[in-house]
Design a protein around this ligand. Structure first.
Ligand SMILES: *Cc1c(COP(=O)(O)O)cnc(C)c1O
Length: 228
């Protein structure tokens, strides 16, 4: 398994999906999801030009950040507990997974202290599956109104995870659902520009449906080993 070869393949598929959708490939940011992996493959990815890295555990960000002797844009993509915001607030450039007012307030409070503005995405549960995090689509507009008033954060867009369906058309309908919501909110005068959707299994579908950010781990780095 070579990271370089995998990456070339993913980038080629991204290019082809963008082309099918009539989109410019420069609109799409590939986030390399490095959770559970040590910093060595992270360095390798950065050296291959992948500057955007995704992590889903606050302690892992805290521990790996000082070890990684490279510039990178860290994205926090996992479920974030309020009491762990302090581990990531000074390290990550975007938090993809805001789904409660209390979490938004904690991020805001900590960002203000650091005199920064944290870009955030609101996680939406389009599929309605209970195992998935995020707000119901119909609650997103009011939630945005509530948290947009907070200083120290800036809502840039929406994020979702599709369930692992066997049927690609079901996956597609999840991504279409998020894109429709995104367009509706922008039609109401908001200025959202980030649509984070698509993982190793489904990033090409997500790109066809309008993703601006795809979060790809296994397809680049190989299967994760959770036992370590
Ligand atoms: C792990 C993870 C990914 C990447 O999943 P892969 O299947 O390895 O591509 C993307 N998004 C989130 C939120 C994740 O937790």
């Amino acid at each position: 398994m070579s990271i370089e070869k995998n990456l070339q393949e993913v980038q080629e598929k991204i290019r082809q999906a963008a082309e099918r959708a009539g989109r410019d490939v420069s609109e799409i940011t590939l986030i390399g999801v490095t959770k559970t992996h040590p910093v060595e493959p992270m360095r390798e990815m950065i050296d291959l030009g992948i500057m955007d890295l995704g992590e889903n555990k606050a302690q892992e960000v805290r521990d790996k950040y000082p070890e990684l002797d490279r510039e990178a844009n860290w994205h926090f993509i996992g479920n974030l507990q309020k009491n762990k915001v302090k581990y990531v607030i000074d390290k990550v450039g975007m938090i993809h997974s805001v789904e409660s007012g209390s979490l938004a307030k904690e991020i805001s409070k900590r960002a203000i202290k650091l005199e920064k503005v944290m870009p955030v995405l609101v996680e939406v549960n389009i599929s309605g599956e209970e195992s998935k995090h995020g707000l119901k689509p119909e609650d997103v507009n009011d939630f945005l109104t509530e948290i947009e008033a907070l200083e120290g954060i800036r809502v840039r867009g929406l994020m979702t995870m599709a369930p692992n369906y066997d049927d690609n058309e079901k996956t597609r309908s999840v991504f279409k659902g998020l894109k429709t919501l995104f367009d509706e909110l922008n039609g109401m005068g908001r200025e959202l520009d980030v649509l984070s959707m698509g993982m190793s299994n489904d990033y090409t579908i997500a790109i066809e449906e309008g993703a601006t950010h795809v979060r790809v781990g296994n397809a680049i780095l190989g299967k994760r080993d959770y036992t370590k």
